[in-house]
Design a protein around this ligand. Structure first.
Ligand SMILES: *Cc1c(COP(=O)(O)O)cnc(C)c1O
Length: 396
């Protein structure tokens, strides 16, 4: 017998979501998450993964991961601080520090986990966090967990940030203050105004934390948004994920040796959750080597995104102001956006719709993530589908 209260709660809320068209049905992939995927037996050009460099299915990564399983097994066996730190983890962290140009780095089991871990290890109820209003959910949750006062500033609004930073500093109410921002914002593909953020932080002696989930492997010749702006020695926390451009799973913070030493004794997911598997860690290390030794994958990704954006613009679509491969096609009205995405699916293209409340009402978009792994033929197929559906629905 299950609890009546729970049954009632679930029934009511699931029905409510379904009646409002907000219940998300998940389509499992039959096979790998590559540039072409199969769902319900149907082959689709995949424009919805964060697998920017195509590394999720890279043969070189697969090979080293298989070797790691043979030598180390499938699990790390414990949390990092008991005996779940393999030499493989140390090697990955050294590589991450080199990749980011910092003294040290610490790896976590996911990017989400990393934000939960790192923010609350440093900030507490006597502190304040200035947070961009469009920051990722994991930042929001990490900030909440810390119990610090959360002060939201308008998206990339530097005047607002300056005013709020000044006010927080001059109030004398807080022991420590931190500014936290996404490096690249995933809904529009715009880049944070890091030089101004660093300037404000220096003026008021405030810490800086950049979540570069969508910038690492993409901007700054792969090293990310902070490197892109030449500010590697000015940002306190360079957080990133190993699940997007790196193609595997995991998260990390790169920073000074002292910061990393502190996180290793104070961040709870590091202390109380089993570490990344040998295969994951080894594949991540290989991915970093590939990115640091050649720009070939990034060059392909940028060329593919340039091509996709150019062709969609030529067709007359509004693709917003993205500065990265993220390519939103703004449709507007919520239902029309969902219908558009559904029609693309029927035409053999997998591109998800993103609507209110994830983005402001009336700015529904179909988001496209071109990668290094797409061929010109795949992109042409997607562009042809966009043209057909766009004309059919009177968008272009
Ligand atoms: C995806 C994402 C994360 C979470 O990373 P995972 O490794 O998938 O847990 C955190 N922050 C931002 C900005 C992201 O886009």
């Amino acid at each position: 017998m299950t609890s009546k209260t729970l049954d009632h709660f679930l029934q009511e809320n699931l029905e409510d979501l379904k009646s409002r068209g907000l219940y998300n049905e998940i389509d499992p992939l039959q096979g790998a998450n590559g540039p072409v995927i199969t769902i319900n037996g149907k082959k689709l050009v995949n424009l919805s993964s964060n697998n920017y460099l195509g590394l999720a299915t890279d043969e070189r990564l697969k090979k080293v991961a298989i070797e790691a399983v043979k030598e180390y097994g499938v699990g790390a066996g414990a949390v990092r601080t008991i005996n779940g730190t393999l030499d493989l983890h140390v090697k990955l962290e050294e590589k991450l520090a080199k990749f980011k140009g910092t003294e040290a780095a610490i790896a976590y089991q996911s990017g989400f986990n990393c934000n939960m871990a790192a923010i609350s290890a440093v900030m507490d109820k006597n502190d304040a966090i200035l947070s961009d209003e469009l920051n990722h959910a994991s930042i929001i949750d990490g900030c909440r967990l810390s119990k610090a006062k959360i002060i939201r500033f308008g998206h990339s609004d530097m005047e607002d940030l300056r005013a709020k930073a000044k006010e927080a500093k001059e109030s004398g109410q807080y022991n420590k203050i931190m500014i936290i921002t996404d490096g690249v914002f995933s809904m529009d593909g715009d880049v944070c105004k890091l030089p101004e953020i660093v300037e404000i932080a220096e003026e008021f002696d405030i810490m800086t934390y950049v979540d570069d989930a969508h910038g690492s492997g993409v901007l700054g010749k792969g090293a990310g948004t902070v490197k892109h702006f030449g500010l590697s020695d000015k940002v306190d926390f360079q957080m990133g994920t190993l699940s997007k451009a790196i193609g595997v799973v995991g998260g990390y913070v790169a920073g000074t040796q002292n910061l990393i030493d502190w996180l290793k004794v104070r961040s709870r997911p590091f202390l109380f959750s089993t570490s990344l598997t040998p295969a994951d860690v080894t594949a991540c290390t290989e991915a970093l080597d590939l990115i640091m030794n050649s720009t070939e994958l990034q060059d392909n990704m940028w060329e593919n995104s340039r091509y996709l954006k150019e062709e969609l613009t030529k067709l007359g679509f509004d693709i917003g102001n993205s500065e990265t491969p993220i390519t939103p096609v703004i449709i507007g009205e919520e239902q029309a956006t969902q219908d558009f995405s559904k029609r693309l699916y029927e035409e053999g293209v997998y591109a998800k719709s993103i609507v209110f409340p994830t983005v402001p009402r009336g700015t529904g978009r179909v988001r496209n993530m071109p990668s290094a792994a797409h061929t010109k033929e795949m992109l042409d197929q997607a562009i042809a589908a966009y043209e057909k559906v766009g004309k059919e629905m009177g968008i272009i």
